[in-house]
Ligand binder design. Sequence first.
Ligand code: CP3
Length: 343
Amino acid sequence: MKEKPLLSALQGQRQKRPPVWLMRQAGRYLPEYRRVREKAGGFLDLCYTPALAAEVTLQPVERFGLDGAILFSDILVIPDALGQEVWFVEGEGPKLSPIRTARDLAGLSPTWCGQRLEPVYEAVGLVAGQLPEGVTFLGFAGAPWTVATYMLEGGSSRDFETAKRVMYTDPAFFGGLVDLLVEGTVDHLCNQISAGVDAVQLFDTWAGVLPQSAFRRWVVEPARRIVEGVKARYPDCPVIGFPRGVGVGYIEYAKATGVDGLSLDVSVPLDWARTELQSLVTVQGNLDPQLLLIGGNGLIEETDRILEELSGGPFIFNLGHGVIKETPPEHVAALVERVHGAW
Ligand code: CP3
C-alpha cells in the first residue's frame, strides 16, 4: 500500500514535501459543489445522502490533488441526531430550536445518534472505497463548547450571551449538556473511524472567547475526555485539535488533551509555533483564508513564509480557518502547486 504523507505527518514524521488540505475545501466556491447541492435540495439532505456526500467530499481532492479528504458533513449533525431541530436558512446560516430547560436536555438522547447518522457512516465507506492512493481521509466533529453555543443560542451568535449565561450560572445544567456531547462525540468519531477514516479533527471554533478557568473546564477537559474515549477504542488513530483563537492556551491544550496534531488559527506566530508547539505535536496551518481569496503575490509570499518556518518539523499545510465562499478555485490550485513544489 502506498504511504499516506498526511497520516505520516500526524504520526510525527516530518515530510520532505509538506502535505496539504484545506478546511472547508468542499463547498460553495466550487461550481461542481453548487451543482450537486442544487440536486440534493437542503444542506442537511446533502449531508444525509451518502452518494452525494461522498461525491462532494472527493471533488476538491480530484480537482486540486490535495493530500487529505475531509468528510463532507457538519458539526451540527450531532444536535440533529440527539433530537434537536436543526435547519439551514439561505444567507443566514444554521438555526436550531434552542435548549432552555432541564426538560429540553432530558429529551435529548445519545442512543438516537447511531441511527440518524447511519447515512454519514455510509458516506465514509463510499469515500474510503474511491479515495485516490496516498490520500488521507479525515473525519471530524465539533467540540462540546462550540456545539453547545449553537444548541443554546439557537444558531450563530456574536457575543454568546445565552451560552455564557448558562455556563456561568448553571454549571450543573451546562455540565450535563457537555457530558452528553462528550459521549455522543466519542461515538460519532469512533463510528467514522470504524467506517474508514484515517484520522479525525475536533473543531472548537469558539474556544477563544472563554477566560482561563472556563477554557480549562469546558474546552481542555472535554477534549481530553474525547481523545481518551477515541484512543481507548482506536489507540493508533491520530486526533487533531482546533481550539481556535486561544493564543498561548494552545500549549496547555496540546499538553493536557493528548492530541496528535494542532490546527493553528491565523493569529498564531510562526516562530512561537515552531519552538513551543511543534516540539510537542504536529502543527497544521495557518494561512489567512482572506489571502487565498485575494490571491497574487501576497498569497505566494505568505505561503512561502509559513513553509519556511514550519516545514522543518512535523507539519501539515492548511488555512487558519475555512475557505471563504467567494474564493476563486484558481487561487486554490496555485496554492497547492506552490506547497507541493516547495521542496
Ligand atoms: O471542511 C470541509 O470541507 C468539510 C465540511 C464541513 C462543513 N462544515 C461543511 C459546510 C466542516 C468541517 C464544517 C464544520 C463546521 N460547521 C464548523 C466548524 C468549523 C468552522 O468553520 O468554524 C461550524 C462552526 C459549522 C456550523 C455551520 N455549518 C455554519 C455556521 C454554517 C453556515 C455557514 C454559511 O456559509 O452559511 C454551516 C453550513 C455549511 N457547512 C456549509 C458547508 C459547505 C455551507 C452550506 C451550503 O452549502 O449552503
